[in-house]
Design a protein around this ligand. Sequence first.
Ligand SMILES: [Zn+2]
Length: 247
Amino acid sequence: MSKKEGGVKSKAKSKAKSKTSSKIKKKAKKVRKVKENVIVLGAHSDDFVLGAGATIAKYVKEGKKVTCIIFSYGEMSHPWLKEEEVQKMRIEEAHQAAKVLGCKTIFFDLKEGKFSNETNGEKTVKKILNIIKKKNPTKIFTHSIEDPHPDHQAVNKITLEAYDQIEDKLKPEVYVYSVWNPVEFKTRAPALLVDVGNNFNKKIEAMKKFESQKVHTLYPRLISFFRDIKTGIRIRKKFAEKFYRVR
Ligand SMILES: [Zn+2]
């Protein structure tokens, strides 16, 4: 009897043991499942591709989750079309491009030239903070203050304003990318050179999705191309994207 009891007991024990070990295994699986999050902020629907497209594709391949926040649809570039038409077109193009790179997009629906006015500025900072709290990113990419486009500068300021309000333990690294600046930044912030390898093709493929902006973005497209080659040469690779860590 006692032997039997003992048997039952040890069976129960081993059952409990296997239960806890499976629990631990499940937990470990859960821990492994938490993906590293990266957020990319851009003023217009194609900025994330021009500034960081190949790096986004590379990060996604590495298993990171990349979310691109797009401030405006950029309806000002097509004044002869109805606003809704431009929006529809831009959303579709951005979705197609994001699909190529493997990232997610969030549209803020702000009017160009009005990102940091009284009504928009604070609201946008709050929106970004909420997304940051939810995603807890390790890295944030945004426009540079040295980029001559006023909307790009506004996005830089809003990003840093949001950053200042993040609790210390959650503060991510903040990098800036280039769009309209043909020459090197004057910043002395440390540079991050990302060897993007074959992902450069993904960037080109994603750029092609912006059919409606072909004419307007020919210049930044070209400089982006030459910049990536030049940066690649610096690290003896074919293509590389360059960022500066500002926080
Ligand atoms: Zn832009």
